[in-house]
Design a protein around this ligand. Structure first.
Ligand code: DC
Length: 194
């Protein structure tokens, strides 16, 4: 069976958690596409060359989850040639046999416009910054500023900006527990699977 679930939304909205839970529940493969941009941002030298030569070892680095790696990813993700170099890999992954969940910023709009299910997972900037701050610590106001800066860059770039696909279903996790958010998402997928 070919079945793609596209999960888009801003940083720390809960996309990753929901995507992993859906993959587990339905036995689908999962791709965190943010990791591709994080790996490109973390590589030295020309980001376009880095994107074209991305290897499994690049994706296995243990420093890709930091706030700094997220900001660097957001910067290289605005370069059209970087995005273009990563399209085929993501599309092949999405249409693999057995079903796939991809989370990112442009999955429902650009990478998989024909995805069977499109979710747009969001939450207020304050709630998302608070969640990030619980993970990384430090100054919460600074974390909020960084979350807002990344939103701004991801939403306003010319190529594949972060925005909900017209046919996406919105899940606002601001006041939901993880279990509630996952249950909403799973019910949508179940309905579409029939
Ligand atoms: O989901 P994340 O925080 O790991 O993503 C890091 C950055 O990568 C994000 O700020 C923007 C970019 N990104 C993107 O442009 N398109 C995607 N599909 C996924 C991530």
């Amino acid at each position: 069976m070919i079945f793609t679930i596209a999960v888009d939304g801003p940083a720390a909205a809960g996309k990753g958690t929901i995507s992993r839970a859906l993959a587990e529940a339905f036995g689908f493969a999962h791709l965190d596409t943010g990791l591709l941009y994080r790996a490109v941002g973390a590589k030295a030298g020309d980001p376009v060359a880095a994107a074209r030569s991305l290897s499994p070892e690049d994706l296995a680095r243990d420093d890709l989850r930091s706030m700094a790696a997220g900001q660097a990813a957001s910067v290289v993700a605005a370069i059209p040639e970087v995005r273009a170099a990563l399209v085929a890999f993501q599309q092949d992954f999405a249409r693999r046999e057995g079903g796939a969940v991809l989370d990112g910023r442009d999955i429902g709009t650009v990478i998989c416009p024909g995805a069977e299910v499109k979710l747009f997972v969001t939450a207020s900037a304050e709630v998302r910054a608070h969640r990030r701050w619980l993970e990384v610590g430090g100054d919460e106001a600074q974390v909020l500023a960084e979350v807002k800066a990344r939103d701004e860059r991801d939403m306003n770039r010319a190529d594949a900006p972060l925005k909900p696909a017209a046919d996406s279903i919105l899940i606002d996790t601001s006041t939901l527990s993880i279990d509630e958010a996952v249950a909403q998402a799973a019910a949508i997928v179940r309905r579409r699977l029939g």
